[in-house]
Write a protein that binds this ligand. Sequence first.
Ligand code: ASP
Length: 323
Amino acid sequence: MKKIVVILTGGTISMYEDANSKSVKPHLSNPLLDKADEMEKMADIIFETPFNLPSPHITPKEMLQIKKIIDRYLEKGGVDGFVITHGTDTLEETAYFLNLTIETEVPIIITGAMRSSNEIGTDGFYNFLTSIRTAVHDQAKSKGVLVVLNDEIHTAKNVTKTHTSNLSTFQSPQYGPIGIVTKKEIVFHYHPKLESKLPIKELTKRVELVKAYAGMDASFFYYLSQMNIDGLVIEALGQGNLPPMCLPGVKALLDKKIPIVLVSRCFNGIVEDIYAYEGGGVQLKQMGIIFSNGLNGQKARIKLQIALEKTNDLKKIESWFHE
Ligand code: ASP
């Protein structure tokens, strides 16, 4: 039997619903552990429970903790796959962080649930089992970190949470899942294009994320330029444009040599220097802003944090954002 390391980190998949109040809360005993017998029919399982947190409580510290557990097993060898359970709110950020920082062909699957363990129609244990089935599948190798929920397999790079409560919340806009899980099979449709790995030991950089809107002015950017930040990601308008009133604040940040990465607040498409009016992409690019090619804001922020641990060379950073 294959050896799978299961890392339980918390989230709805590890929670219970209170029958009276209908509120959902963490519990001391993890409901997934009650089903250990069933899982052990599929693989030889080693459990790790580094913490039990709802995912809005996850910080870079916990992301690094998960990475260090995986690195430790990879160094020792003899492990065939990893399954991480995680709250769904920030699951895509942890998945993308691990995807960029861990170099291995061993499958790493991350999963969660939208309904807690005792709710009618709970998806937790089901998603957990399909993740183990995926982790032991030979074709799950060398595909980077994969997100498995609701019978679909997504890449860490493209997947995002799209619905507050629906079971089919995880989608990869523009690209779709790379595979599906059926009762009998795991079917991969394509092999994802992989980005450069950027292994790091610490995450110390402060990178902020702001969203542009009609009528936005420079105040927030001036405020950020007074703070001790190392980088900024802006979710710009459309193809990569900003209201002209923002520009003096953006310039104040660039004058302080704070790298700025531009993504779009549209969830499909990429940003480009197309528009030549004031605040348009042509001017933003000339000012020295780095254009990303399709990442959403929260993932571009993770990538810039990691990139700044490696280098301050803007050309190098820009090349990573074009992958
Ligand atoms: N708020 C929960 C969390 O992210 C949602 C979930 O797990 O689905 O921990």
